[in-house]
Design a protein around this ligand. Structure first.
Ligand code: HEM
Length: 212
């Protein structure tokens, strides 16, 4: 119980700081994404900047909304207070995920690192859609435990951008690799971690329940 509370607090801190960072950076400090776009080399298709930027704004907005609504729905206190709110907020999360996936689908062909990165993002889109839909189907069938586990798996993908940039920086600055290659490694590394970490959390949680 204590562990679960500490994990939730840690999750809340990381999520809130990241949401604030993403909003300030992308809407205020660098709204033209100049830093990020300057690292795109050898694009196979021409990027329509105004369209790409508008799609990116929608992407960031709904990604932050998914992160916030998901976080709120993991709170036991809020769940116990109002199941109606949990349900409404769940739909906010679902729609946000759909819009992040849709905008991601537009941006994927122009991904930093070329075709391999594009393929990675498309795979990520399909996995996230599958995982989130499964979480939804489970609750429609009233399987609460399974719904919670699939939501843990789904929510992990809200950390995609954070993890990609962390790994990319580590590989680029730490090992001196070219940025585009570091980005591709960051992307595939993130996909692997975002699948593995929730499984560890779910298994640990199960063990705790057996002890309790
Ligand atoms: C809270 C979660 C997320 C946030 C805050 C976020 C934010 C961003 C931002 C700011 C960019 C512009 C470039 C950069 O600075 O990285 C971006 C690009 C992108 N994001 Fe997300 N994103 C999130 C989750 C996702 C997820 C889950 C996917 C895929 C399912 C995704 C797919 C993409 C794609 C394809 C691009 C274009 C990459 C490129 O041009 O190289 N994002 N995202």
């Amino acid at each position: 119980m204590k562990n679960r509370k500490s994990l939730y607090r840690l999750l809340a801190c990381v999520s809130l700081v990241f949401i604030l960072y993403a909003l300030v950076k992308n809407y205020w400090i660098d709204p033209g994404a100049a830093g990020f776009l300057s690292r795109k080399t050898g694009l196979k298709r021409e990027l329509n900047l105004p369209v790409w930027l508008n799609v990116m704004y929608v992407h960031v907005g709904f990604a932050c909304l998914a992160m916030a609504s998901g976080l709120i729905n993991f709170s036991n206190r809020i769940f116990e207070k109002s199941r109606r709110f949990h349900r409404f907020n769940g739909y906010v999360y679902l729609v946000s995920v759909l819009l992040v996936v849709l905008t991601s689908g537009y941006m994927a062909p122009y991904a930093t690192g070329g075709k391999i990165s594009s393929m990675g993002f498309n795979a990520l889109n399909l996995i996230w859609l599958f995982v989130t839909t499964t979480a939804f189907i489970q609750i429609k069938r009233k399987r609460i435990d399974r719904h919670r586990n699939w939501m843990i798996r789904s929510y992990a993908f809200c950390f995609t951008n954070l993890l990609i940039h962390l790994i990319t920086s580590l590989v680029h600055h730490g090992f001196g690799m070219v940025y585009a290659t570091s980005y591709t490694i960051g992307l595939y590394g993130s996909i692997a971690l975002l699948i593995i970490i929730p499984e560890i959390i779910i298994r640990t949680k199960r063990k705790e329940w057996v002890i309790e």
